[in-house]
Design a binder for this molecule. Structure first.
Ligand code: COS
Length: 393
């Protein structure tokens, strides 16, 4: 259910204060210690951030997609590792259940996810199945009244702290592609689950990522999301549609923050007897960044509005993610350039954010996969509808 405008603005104001008073001051320490302090996680729980998109019926805030992107933009004015604390509960970790879960599955897990009592992770990627997600080989073999899971899931965000996983696994080995894949909601405390060591990433320090290894892990039949086999890949793709749009909004929030950092530096830093912002080559970088952010953000908001109105957004979500993730990469690169040598040392915010934003062109589908998806949809739309509508239709 949509919030009224005043409630939404109050929420965004509160989050903006949280970002500036609690998160930004903690960024440098989080980067060096690779850990988000417990009091910040508690603060996020108190603000209801774990349940932003979970329907109110299951104790979440039930934000519409249009509202969700405003929240994502606001919160990512701080380093993106903070968002990842609750990010999987809000997007890929919970949405499989929201989209395809049975009432029983929803009642069991969603209220606890919304309250931040459990952390939910999304386990799709494997060592040999990254961009080609439909080639995954993790097996879910029917045995008695349940399934036995075997396989390895790679680069799973929040796995080191997860209480529950949405796991995509092959229930029908005869079907090689998407059709043989089912989705399961798996309690992380089940026997037969082992975690790899946390990855030492180049950025987003504090965000936790590791492999998850299933070795004869028995799950009950009730763990099959929706109670029907063969729907797992489609569920995962629908989850990613919304996840990609959410990520696009976070790219825009980060870009806006980075532009502020660059602008402050351009005004403060003096060379040749004047602020470097007086020089036209610096001005050009600022102008390009501002313009690129504003256009990407306008597009993301438009797609979110369409999603809220119930329009299909698969292609548009890929466009938004591609556009915004490439945009924030360029914005961060220019900000480092404006900072000069200071932009290359980790005590400077833009140096850390430059490392952080690199991930956006990779996860939840690389830029190359987004382009492939966009073009595929354009061609299908032309074949089936006789047109491939642009966003301005
Ligand atoms: N919503 C609903 N259904 C979808 C869908 C979506 N967004 N996307 C695909 N499907 C359905 C298709 O309609 C198709 O079903 P039908 O055969 O009944 O039509 C089925 O799923 C298979 O889809 P498709 O043929 O497009 O699968 P491909 O193997 O060609 O894979 C890509 C498509 C490459 C786009 C997919 O594997 C992908 O997104 N890869 C990137 C994965 C990713 O983002 N990984 C990051 C990990 S999560 S952090």
């Amino acid at each position: 259910m949509a919030l009224d405008q005043q409630t939404l603005e109050q929420l965004l104001d509160t989050l903006s204060r949280f970002v500036h008073e609690r998160l930004i001051p903690a960024e440098a320490t989080v980067d060096t210690e690779d850990l988000i302090p417990d009091d910040i996680v508690t603060g996020m729980r108190d603000l209801g951030l774990f349940g932003l998109t979970i329907p109110e019926r299951y104790e979440g805030m039930g934000l519409t997609t249009a509202e969700e992107v405003e929240v994502a933009w606001t919160i990512t004015h701080a380093a993106p590792a903070f968002r990842s604390v609750f990010g999987t509960n809000v997007t890929i970790g919970s949405q499989g259940l929201v989209i395809g879960g049975t009432e029983q599955q929803k009642m069991t897990w969603l209220p606890r996810m919304a309250r931040g009592e459990v952390v939910a992770s999304f386990a799709l990627t494997e060592p040999e199945a990254g961009s080609d997600a439909a080639s995954l080989t993790t097996r879910a073999e029917r045995q008695g009244n349940g399934y036995i899971l075997n396989g390895v899931k790679r680069f799973i965000t929040n796995a080191p702290v997860a209480d529950v996983f949405t796991v995509m696994a092959r229930t029908d080995p005869q079907k090689k592609g998407a059709d043989g894949i089912s989705a399961f909601i798996v309690d992380a405390s089940s026997d037969g689950i082992r975690l790899g060591l946390p990855y030492d990433k180049i950025g987003q320090k504090g965000a936790r990522v590791c492999d998850v290894i299933f070795e004869d892990c028995h799950v009950p039949a009730e763990a099959l999301i929706g109670g029907v086999e063969g729907k797992g890949f489609r569920i995962a793709m629908q989850v990613l549609d919304r996840g990609r749009l959410h990520l696009a909004a976070t790219c825009c929030g980060l870009a806006d923050r980075i532009i502020d950092e660059a602008l402050d530096h351009a005004l403060d830093r003096r060379q040749f007897g004047r602020p470097i912002g007086d020089f036209q080559l610096v001005q050009a970088m600022l102008a390009d960044s501002r313009t690129e952010h504003d256009s990407a953000w306008a597009f993301v908001r438009d797609v979110a509005r369409r999603a809220t109105a119930g329009e299909p957004i698969t292609r548009l979500a890929s466009q938004a993610k591609y556009l915004a993730s490439e945009m924030v990469g360029r914005v961060a690169d220019r900000a480092v350039q404006i900072h000069g040598g200071a932009g290359y040392v980790n005590e400077t915010a833009v140096a850390r954010l430059y490392r952080d934003v690199r991930l956006y062109r990779l996860y939840e589908g690389t830029s190359e996969i987004q382009k492939l998806l966009i073009a595929r949809h354009m061609m299908r739309e032309r074949r089936e509808l006789g047109s491939s509508p642009g966003a301005g239709r």
